[in-house]
Design a protein around this ligand. Structure first.
Ligand SMILES: NC(=O)c1ccc[n+]([C@@H]2O[C@H](COP(=O)([O-])OP(=O)(O)OC[C@H]3O[C@@H](n4cnc5c(N)ncnc54)[C@H](O)[C@@H]3O)[C@@H](O)[C@H]2O)c1
Length: 413
């Protein structure tokens, strides 16, 4: 059912206005959103179009995407298009200032705090779904999975941002989704620019901010050589790290070897590496037995979407002493006398310890989101139920527009 004047979105009276950490952080958060906005030309162009066309008027978007400055600009664009937005993020990646700044704006509700536990996160997801959204903007498929369990769902279409969400939809919920889901991750623009160019520098930023530690002449193990792992391995190598790659798919492992990476099995990499970073999109990659195989003093971090790639409860159980060395480094002393340093509690290092992908890269990624939501609202008949990529015409249009924004590009008129 498309919302119309006869079928407006349901009342929100039963839900809290917003749930954020500290409203006094709003002014600082608004400055960070303004900085991002001033570096997002694609979204600025879309915002002007959305203000004229109001393609999302009367629509309520349920959103689960990191609450931080670039996402704040996307939310402003969706508002300019006429949508109401009910928003939560992911555990450990919320910028409390941005949450406070946006929670104060008309038509936006925010349920997110940086300190949220997984249980808090699930409660926020339920709040977003209880608001009765008719469009979903998801990241990790929590909202889509949740709406399929509800009898009162009004959802007519959705977008899914990331690899882990797309995997979950394909493997756990295959065939069960009765409405169109545009998988932003499958866009060549997202894979090439965000996963392959955005993530390496962003993770290095997170590593440096968390540890202030040397990269050159340090041995890193990158576990998972997909588009994100490849970007990370290449970036580390460019900074003169020794890079070990662990990859279960033989074709990708071969690709890593041909690129000059040192391919190892997991046990071998854990014995050798000073820093181990998981980026597989799969749970339980570093479990109890692997934790016991780490070298003394090893650092351990995750970049995959869910904070379950490293079994943190197992690490807690193995530890005889736990020290919070700094906001993003927890040191565990094991019974064997070895120490293991966990970065960012095993949550996404680039978003927990740093500011996520570069602004211009997210300008492109979020322009894909806004275009896709506009098309889903405007021409629903152009989509089929189930998963599908971003329409190719949107990819081409955005690539052309982005070429026009880059200072290093000169094209004939
Ligand atoms: N932190 C961020 O900002 C950010 C951004 C984009 C994507 N992500 C997430 O990063 C993760 C990886 O994304 P991707 O697009 O590279 O995924 P991908 O599926 O292309 O690559 C993952 C790779 O890991 C390998 N793998 C899986 N299990 C393994 C195991 N047990 N041992 C060794 N290798 C294994 C797979 O064979 C695959 O090659 C996902 O969770 C994605 O959602 C995070």
């Amino acid at each position: 059912m498309q919302p119309t004047l006869d079928h407006p979105p349901p009342s929100l009276d039963h839900l809290p206005q917003s749930l954020v950490e500290d409203e006094t952080l709003a002014a600082a958060g608004a400055l960070r959103v303004a900085w991002a906005r001033s570096n997002m030309p694609l979204l600025a162009g879309l915002r002007a179009e959305f203000e004229r066309e109001r393609p999302l008027a009367g629509r309520r978007i349920g959103m689960c995407l990191h609450v931080e400055s670039k996402t704040g600009v996307l939310v402003e664009v969706l508002r300019a298009g006429g949508a109401e937005v009910v928003w939560t993020g992911s555990p450990a990646t919320t910028d409390d200032g941005v949450a406070a700044a946006l929670a104060g704006a008309a038509g936006i509700r925010v349920y997110a705090r940086r300190r949220d536990s997984l249980a808090d996160h699930h409660e926020h997801v339920e709040r977003v779904l209880a608001s009765g959204p008719d469009l979903l903007l998801d990241n990790g498929a929590d909202l889509i999975a949740g709406c399929l369990r509800r009898e009162d769902s009004r959802v007519t279409a959705a977008t899914e941002e990331t690899t882990s969400g797309a995997n979950r939809l394909r493997e756990e919920l295959a065939g069960a989704v009765p409405f169109p889901v545009v998988v932003i991750n499958d866009s060549p623009l997202k894979l090439l620019f965000e996963n392959q160019h955005g993530i390496g520098p962003a993770v290095v930023d997170g590593f440096l901010r968390a540890t202030n530690s040397l990269i050159a002449a340090t041995t890193f193990a990158v576990v998972g050589y997909g588009s994100c792992g490849r970007s990370l391995a290449r970036t580390l190598r460019a900074l003169n790290a020794a890079v070990l790659v662990v990859e279960r798919d033989p074709v990708r492992a071969l690709e890593a070897a041909f690129e000059g990476m040192r391919v190892r099995d997991l046990a071998g990499a854990l014995r050798e590496a000073h820093v181990v970073i998981t980026v597989t999109g799969r749970p339980g990659i570093v479990r109890r037995e692997q934790l016991l195989g780490l070298r003394d003093g090893a650092m351990l971090a995750n970049v995959g979407h869910f904070g379950t790639e490293i079994d943190v409860p197992a690490l807690e159980a193995l530890a005889v002493r736990r020290t919070e060395v700094s906001p993003h480094v927890t040191e565990y002393q094991l019974e064997s006398g070895r120490t293991v340093r966990l970065l960012a509690r095993g949550e996404m290092l680039n978003l927990s310890a740093a500011s996520g992908h570069q602004i211009q890269i997210m300008d492109l990624g979020f322009a894909l989101q806004a275009h896709s939501l506009r098309e889903l609202a405007r021409t629903p008949q152009g989509f089929v139920p189930g998963l599908q990529p971003v329409p190719a015409a949107i990819d081409r249009q955005l690539a052309t527009e982005m070429l026009g924004t880059l200072p290093t590009v000169e094209l004939g008129t």
